[in-house]
Structure formats: C-alpha cells, structure tokens
Ligand binder design. Sequence first.
Ligand code: MLT
Length: 324
Amino acid sequence: MNLRRTLLVAGLAVTVSGAAFAQAWPTRPITLVVPFAAGGPTDVVARTLGASMSKTLGQTVVIENKLGAGGTVAASYVSKATPDGYTFFIHHNGMATSTALYRKLAYNPLTDFEFVSQAVDVPMTLLARKNFPANNFQEFAAYVKANKDKINLANAGLGAVSQLCGMLLENALGVKMTAVPFQGTAPAMNALLGGQVDILCDQTTQTIPQIKAGSVKFYGVTTKNRIKALPDAPTLHEQGLKDFEVVVWHGIYAPKGTPKPVIDRMNAAVRSALKDPDVMKRMADLGAEIAPDSKLSPEGLQTWLKSEIDKWGPIIRSTGTFAD
Ligand code: MLT
C-alpha cells in the first residue's frame, strides 16, 4: 500500500482526532509549489505570501518552482502528491483555461484538489521591446497588422495567462503572430529586455518595475478600468479593443484528501497574510488587489474555479487553440 493510500485509509483516524492533528500541524516546513519560473509574477505572489504565512504557521513555507507545459506539469504533480498537509499549490486562471487548451490533462482541477483560498487579483500589461517601432497603442495595432509574419509573441506556455492574453489580443486584432514559449514570464521578460522577442503581455507583479524604469514600451492595461498603481495608463478597452479584459486571479490548493482541519488553518494563514501591512503594501505597489472576502473561503475558490472553466471554455474553443 503506498503512502497516499495509507493516508487515505487512515483518513478516519485523522478525522476523529482532526482537532489534535491540526493543533500539532505543521511540525516541519510546508512546500508551496509554483508552476512557473522563479522571479516571475506568480513566484512573486507566492514568496510574498509565503514569508508572511511562515510567521503565522511557525514553519517555513518553502517555494518549489515546478516548471513546464504552462503550469500543467506542476498541477499534475500536486494532484498526485501525498495529502499530508505539507504540499500546497498556487496557480492562476490557468487552472481553468487548461481544461479547454489541453485535449487530455492528467488531473481534474475540480475533483483532484482541496480548495484553500483565493489570494490576489492582478491586472496585465501589454509590452514590447524598447526599440519596437510603435509609440502608442494605435501605432502598435497598425504595425502588428502590417508585420504579423515577422513578430514574435513571448508567453509562458499553453495554460499561462501570458498565452491567454496574447491569444485574445491576436483575436481582437485579427492576426496570428509567432508564439515563443518560455517556462515562465521571468525568462520571457529577460528575452524582451534583451530584444530577442518583440511582445509580451504580463502581470503587473512583474512588469511595473520595468514600466517605471522605462526599459520596455508599454501600451496599456488589460482591466476594464484604470488601475491605482498606474493611474495614467490607459486600458486597452478605452483605446479601442472594446471589452478586452484579462484579470489574473490566484488560488491556493492542496492534494485531494488533505485533512479539513489543515485546510482551515491554511485558509486562516492566507487570510492573515492578506491583512499583513507588508504584504498589502507590496501587493498595492505591484498593482495586485487583495481578493474580496467572498473569494477567500475554500467554497468561494471552488465556485469561482467552476465559473471560470465555464467562462473560458467556449472562448478558447472558438479560437481553435489546443494541445494534445
Ligand atoms: C503566466 O504568464 O501565466 C505567468 O506570468 C507565468 C509566470 O508566473 O511566470
């Protein structure tokens, strides 16, 4: 009998002594799996929350970057991990969009995980390399339409929000560019800064420092309304891409079978991190908004994920983009 099975069989005992188990937990470091490269936007959120949660939980939250296939390698890994309260997972919209982008997934996002909480909502920004020959969004749209065959669009793989944003942009402009996948938008940003790729749509948690430093061309934000962290930046919607909207939401999960008392304590640790003044300031500086209370319960995340699968499925299928 493998360890996971043993734990599942032992589930009854865990339930009976659930309170005692939760009180003792955690007795060793906890792993928070990040599905993209270190230094990128998802990693920044994970490390900021993890540092605060380590204080609340009295054990270090160790970040493990498990890369590949737009986040699906990490999701598959966590879905099969031992549900002992020491492995958690942070992922964004990709948890929903991958169900439409991949013909076959090695996990079911709705049934193979326990739901802990949502965390933050993050706008995206449309960027190009610094010497890209377009100085505003109108010039960008015209240049891309005229030169689509020559233009590279960086992303973090099928299932990444950079891919989702790029695909929606292509659809809105009626063009198809050459996708260049990386294992996260941290390496994609390096390629943009080095001029090896032309365009990147990425979360403000990574892009605001580059925008403020002027090291990239910046054409607008992907929210319906302007954002506090970049008040002068126009939205793509107001510049003519009517109703264009991508907001990145981040959820925290555990392998199915993780004891409920542990999920509840982890949920409390996430909520407490989101009220930590250091976390709040860093998130605000990076354009991220703390998720509303209604999304912070395990049930809130589960309901939200289901609604996102229902929302993105038809949109993605209409583009004909998928992988086996
Ligand atoms: C994405 O494009 O999904 C993310 O920005 C990837 C990342 O965190 O690197």
